[in-house]
Write a protein that binds this ligand. Sequence first.
Ligand SMILES: O=P(O)(O)OC[C@H]1O[C@H](OP(=O)(O)OP(=O)(O)O)[C@H](O)[C@@H]1O
Ligand SMILES: NC(=O)CC[C@H](N)C(=O)O
Ligand SMILES: [Mg+2]
Length: 504
Amino acid sequence: MCGIVGIVGNTPVGQSLYDGLTVLQHRGQDAAGIVTIHENTFRLRKANGLVKDVFHTRHMLRLQGNIGIGHVRYPTAGTSSSSEAQPFYANSPFGISLAHNGNLTNAEELKHWLYTEARRHVNTTSDSELLLNILGHELQNADNLELQPEDIFKAVANVHKRVRGAYATVALIIGYGMVAFRDPQGIRPLVFGKRETEKGAEYMIASESVALDANDFEFVRDVAPGEAIFFTQDGQIHSKQCAENPTFSPCIFEYVYFARPDSTIDKISVYGSRVEMGKKLGDKVAKEWADEDIDVVIPIPETSCDTALQIAQTLNLPYRQGFVKNRYIGRTFIMPGQEQRKKSVRRKLNAIGAEFAGKNVLLVDDSIVRGTTSEQIIEMARNAGAKKVYFASAAPEIRFPNVYGIDMPSANELIAHGRELEDICQLIGADKLIYQSIEDLEEAVRVGNPDIKRFETSVFNGQYITNDIDQSYLERLDAMRNNEVKEQSDKNADSIIDMHNEGS
Ligand SMILES: O=P(O)(O)OC[C@H]1O[C@H](OP(=O)(O)OP(=O)(O)O)[C@H](O)[C@@H]1O
Ligand SMILES: NC(=O)CC[C@H](N)C(=O)O
Ligand SMILES: [Mg+2]
């Protein structure tokens, strides 16, 4: 789940892009990059690492220009090599640079087509570099030598025809401006904001509204599924629906885990949706566990806190912070390897003994994916003296791989895959386990925007909205990206030499 930003301004945008990326850091901790345009030249800095480590003063001084885009990466395709950090660059036509959040589901086919038909070589295993080159190919084929907004919209319409999967995208075109577009199902979020300055209006595109807030941009609206918005270098805006049949199905996992609670995505407050999840799950606990003697509700920081507080209120029980989170350790689920994830849970969370001693505790998490967190946390609670450990998950059982930009490529790595409640409960070592139902989860999120008829919920029910995913696709994906293969390819990735590395 990467984070993307783009700004068309009247004054230098480097610092605002940096600030935007910093508040989107929770979407990607592996790599970061910024590209600006200065005197018709791209200025690029990208590398593996957190935003604060990738950009030093010397890089910021080089990132001049009043227009630019940025990216924080959580690798979900290709490798973790720094050569796959974004934004990507293609020199033809005009000079294009692109940042992408999501995953393309027909990447193999696209790579073949690009080489044999479009005669374009892609030098990495990143699906985002494919997307850039497809956009490049379509712009190359424009009717007018000098691009008109209509040419850009036609190019995006053709991208929609060729590409399948999830893609919230922002791209710069030298001499023209910035274009932002979202896949026809709107799987990944994308918002658009405006800031008035003495020199006129400035515009910003971002994955989440928090990035607008951080830079004092006012939220204008979400980019519609299938829509493209083109900002000329001098600040004119053109927009168009470029998809033939947009069918809105945003990813529900953004609300469960990915997005920051202070963001509003597709008119739904992420915080509000987590509170609703707490109401529903609290009701379910009250109904199904009426005979259980829970003493206290304890969240597993950080994402589950808002939901857990509401569960406590619904159950009329005390809410206590039994675990302290080390503020210098990031999110464990989006770390690249299972070994690293496992070790980090202990480094990240520590129990306050007195909160557990002799008590029956209800631990709450937003989701149980591989079970890495829940297993260790329950053990910690027991070691701290808990009498009974009950466990509640605000999301239903995660049983199916994700193909749209969440790194869950292998069903066998998911603790709920092929298992029923009792087995999962035993594996994580809880006394009792309860999951939110999928209907309740959908209702909880839909409260904020009843117009959304369908959410992307494939990890819970195996129904893939792009209709191009079958068992053999999932088997191929598993073989390419399961934990073992990934660890091996990431080791080799260090030796890949980047084509456009500005160095340190
Ligand atoms: O079952 P697992 O494979 O362990 O994955 C699920 C856990 O990972 C996430 O936490 P994370 O540490 O990434 O971030 P957070 O601080 O935002 O909760 C999520 O909130 C769960 O706690
Ligand atoms: N999670 C994402 O959005 C990742 C974007 C892209 N697929 C990559 O792996 O770099
Ligand atoms: Mg967590």
